[in-house]
Ligand binder design. Structure first.
Ligand SMILES: *Cc1c(COP(=O)(O)O)cnc(C)c1O
Length: 368
């Protein structure tokens, strides 16, 4: 690979020599998957690290979304955001649920709670918001609306690993929340994910669902799926967890430098840190106002590319514009003006633990 290329992210890889003893132990145990030693250890370690009562590990971050909807028997219509990774809406579709898109708040990119009520119909059963870029949704307001209308809330918290608001873990909000441990995320298990819930019975049900619905050798209690995480990736996660705080702190320092470097550049908007929030700096989106900046978002994106600085246009195109969803009434531009605007202006700058001073100079030179 060309060493000059600056990628938008780089996986947090634990030192190989530290991983080898874990592999040796797995070889000795000869137990590779199905709720093994490291699977249980990682579930416990994550409960402690994230300060949540129950976690069920999955083989990726999409299956817990699908299983959360199954576990709560969600049906009909679900209110969700178009400004996310496409898996959020796909999880609804795979459950035969109609997604109803509601616009986002332009200051955060998160579902705008004040627009939720107008989208509720007799068929609405749940709300599925996303803590986009790891910035917490207005979880209090969303909970109030859910209670008023008798709806469930499932957060796609794929970006919110380790995020806290007023010392409470953001992923503890809602009836359930899901995480992704994909290689590109702040904490990764190569591929992986988890479902967070609040009582033992629900955790039990989730554990059945991710193992074909087996409750014991001869009893299948639900049309489950195979969503299990194996021992090798569980052990990798357990080791990686030791390095995640350090990686988040490096991201924090980079975010500070980005903000400082761009504060006097017209036409560039950064999202503000939210007071009382311990952020994870999972992404660093900037929003380009073409008139004020003097160049379009795509022109800047391409200019960066030709300097071998790879940003990503997360989240462009909007989920609501993809062929599966563009025919829905709620997909119109008129219904989603803020989401459209953000999708058309955004570039996520390179953001990961391994960026050095020289990289930052090159990135910032492209932009200001
Ligand atoms: C990454 C991501 C997912 C999916 O996770 P996978 O682990 O890749 O399946 C879901 N939702 C959001 C918002 C994501 O960013």
């Amino acid at each position: 690979m060309n060493n000059n290329i600056i990628t938008v992210t780089s996986p947090l890889l634990p030192p190989l020599e530290e991983f080898i003893p874990y592999l040796q132990d797995i070889w000795n145990r000869k137990w590779l998957t199905n709720n093994g030693y490291y699977h249980q250890k990682l579930e416990n370690a994550l409960c402690e690290y994230l300060n949540v009562p129950f976690i069920s590990l999955f083989t990726n971050g999409t299956l817990p979304l699908i299983c959360a909807l199954q576990a709560m028997r969600i049906s009909g219509e679900v209110i969700t955001t178009p400004y996310s990774f496409v898996a959020t809406t796909h999880a609804l579709w795979w459950n035969g649920i109609k997604p109803v898109f509601v616009d986002v708040d332009i200051s955060t990119g998160n579902l705008d709670p004040e627009k939720i009520e107008a989208a509720i119909t007799p068929k609405t059963t749940a709300i599925m918001p996303v803590h986009v870029y790891g910035n917490p949704c207005d979880t209090k307001r969303i909970q109030e609306i859910a209670e008023k209308y008798g709806l469930k809330v499932i957060y796609d918290a794929a970006h919110a690993f380790g995020v806290e608001q007023d010392d409470v873990s953001v992923i503890s909000a809602g009836d359930m929340a899901t995480l992704s441990f994909h290689a590109t995320k702040v904490f990764n298990t190569i591929e992986g994910g988890a479902l967070v819930c609040h009582d033992k019975e629900t955790k039990q049900r989730i554990d059945y669902l991710k193992n074909f619905g087996f409750a014991d050798e001869v009893t299948v209690v639900a049309p489950g799926i195979n969503g299990k995480m194996d021992e090798i990736r569980s052990a990798y996660g357990l080791l990686s967890l030791k390095y995640v705080d350090e990686a988040i702190e490096k991201r924090h320092q980079i975010a500070i430098k980005y903000r400082e470097a761009m504060k006097n550049t017209n036409g560039i908007r950064c999202l503000n840190d939210i007071s009382g929030v311990k952020h994870n700096y999972s992404y660093f989106p900037i929003f380009i106002n073409e008139k004020e900046y003097g160049m379009s978002r795509d022109a800047l994106y391409n200019k960066m590319k030709s300097a071998e600085v790879y940003g990503r246009r997360y989240f462009y195109p909007l989920i609501s514009t993809f062929s599966t969803y563009r025919g829905l009434d709620s997909s119109s531009r008129a219904n989603l003006p803020n989401a459209y605007k953000m999708a058309e202006e955004v570039i996520c700058l390179p953001m990961h633990h391994a960026l050095n001073e020289n990289d930052l100079v090159r990135i910032i030179d492209c932009i200001i």
